[in-house]
Design a protein around this ligand. Structure first.
Ligand code: HEM
Length: 432
């Protein structure tokens, strides 16, 4: 007989696989697994509906609608669907194209509530958070100049990486929820033939304006990496595949830091999407103590951090002193910490400059362990500054590469950049 724990695991495995596969049968399987015991008919209202009159102006305004963790920090949603899109509508877009895109996206807001709703005391994001962003190639095709939006090729070259790793998307739709079935249902409504969405009729789709070029799916949360990746070294409860907690009050800046106040359509942001392969074999081939120091800072002790960062509470405990003494600590320990390095790129008042938004262990890939990383910032150069602070060459210190934060365990598979307009201008923006 299978134990309740095994049943829980196989249920999770099924949900992950269903999201990765996509399609209407996957949606039914996923709904059965996620909503078991819910008596409502499959075409009726199954999840809380949204109130389109009460939405924030920013498509990227998620913080107030995310679940608060026990540590009092905002928790990213557990399931992630990233749709890389090709624009197939008219250039420049017609009013009809725009109306269709706006109506199709507005349907999602009506069918599902924005995240966990305005009351973040909820323990689950049983709604949907999403944003649509437009790549530089789309923007230049419609003469939309967006200062502070680098092309992915420029970004890759600046970082000394191969420019062919730029993802060939014109736009991206990023969707997050704690229910994978909500993500699948939204995709089916926008790009397939679903007649209803959470019990509401589907009147508009994106099929005349966009084709899906690539689907990426990801999962995040306590215990999920160990259950997803075939590597016995990943601690059972760790929320990330590299075994430690990330995302603290002091290291996730307020959304205003990432919100654009200048350029076209102020109130928007820019999105940087990366896919990173993580070399977990080499990472876990080191003592836990080294990993702890490489991930956070050599000055962080086991008493402060715990096994997986559980003792850190709501603060990463990275201080200006940790940053100022990178050289001394490196000499003493032979190690530099990832969090310590990236905090060296904070502003004058020691505020982090990019907001890591939706991260997850990729579940759509079979090639080793891969990670979807995304961040929002007012201009993409800030991402580059922070990524540069991770690189070995930025420091003239005698520290081996494999003790230089986490960078030597990461391999970039893809990068892309997007302009994310405010909600009111999200449908095919152009210079008009
Ligand atoms: C893919 C593997 C990665 C893992 C497992 C990881 C993990 C972590 C952890 C554990 C922290 C410290 C806790 C916290 O402050 O959240 C951290 C901080 C941070 N990481 Fe990463 N990280 C990864 C990649 C990246 C990349 C590619 C970037 C982008 C440039 C990045 C940017 C940051 C930033 C900005 C911070 C906060 C810095 C601050 O406190 O000001 N990380 N990361």
């Amino acid at each position: 007989m299978t134990s309740p724990e095994d049943r829980g695991l196989s249920r999770r495995t099924l949900i992950k696989a269903a999201l990765a596969i996509g399609g209407s049968s996957a949606l039914t399987a996923c709904q059965n697994a996620e909503l078991s015991g819910t008596p409502s008919p499959t075409d009726g209202e199954q999840y809380p509906r949204g109130d389109p009159t009460a939405l924030p102006d920013g498509q990227h305004s998620w913080d107030e609608y995310l679940v608060q963790s026990v540590h009092g920090t905002e928790t990213q949603s557990q399931h992630q669907l990233i749709l890389g899109l090709e624009y197939t509508g008219s250039v420049p877009p017609t009013d009809e194209d725009r109306e269709t895109v706006e109506s199709a996206l507005a349907q999602l807001e009506q069918a599902f509530r924005w995240g966990s709703g305005a009351d973040t005391s909820g323990s689950i994001n049983d709604g949907l958070l999403f944003l649509i962003g437009y790549a530089p190639r789309y923007c230049s095709s419609v003469d939309l100049e967006v200062p502070g939006l680098q092309t992915p090729e420029t970004m890759l070259e600046t970082l000394g990486e191969d420019s062919s790793l730029a993802a060939p998307f014109d736009a991206v739709l990023l969707l997050d929820s704690d229910y994978a079935s909500i993500l699948l249902a939204a995709e089916q409504a926008l790009f397939s033939d679903a007649d209803t969405l959470n019990g509401l009729p589907v009147d508009h789709r994106l099929t005349d304006q966009f084709d899906i070029v690539e689907r990426r799916t990801g999962v995040l949360g306590k215990g999920r990496p160990a259950a997803t990746i075939d590597n016995e070294d990943i601690p059972k409860n760790a929320p990330l595949s590299m075994g430690f907690r990330a995302g603290f009050e002091n290291s996730l800046p307020p959304e205003e830091i990432a919100t654009r106040t200048e350029g076209p359509y102020p109130g928007g942001t820019t999105l940087v999407l990366s896919r990173v392969r993580t070399d977990l074999e080499s990472w876990y081939d080191q003592p836990h103590e080294d990993r702890r120091k490489e991930m956070y800072c050599p000055a962080h002790t086991h008493e402060e951090v715990g096994e997986i960062g559980d003792r850190l509470g709501s603060d990463s405990k990275i201080t200006e002193e940790n940053v100022d003494s990178i050289a001394e600590l490196a000499e003493e320990h032979g190690i530099i910490g990832h969090a310590q390095k990236v905090a060296s790129a904070r502003s004058e008042d020691f505020t982090t400059q990019i907001l890591r938004r939706s991260e997850g262990v990729a579940t759509d890939t079979v090639h080793g362990s891969t990670f979807n990383f995304s961040s929002i910032q007012d201009r993409t150069e800030k991402f580059v500054e922070i990524r540069t602070a991770m690189s070995v060459d930025s420091y003239d210190l005698d520290v081996p590469e494999d003790k230089h934060g986490i960078v030597s365990y990461l391999e970039t598979l893809s990068r892309s950049t997007y302009f994310v307009p405010p909600r009111a201008a999200r449908a095919l923006p152009s210079n008009r």
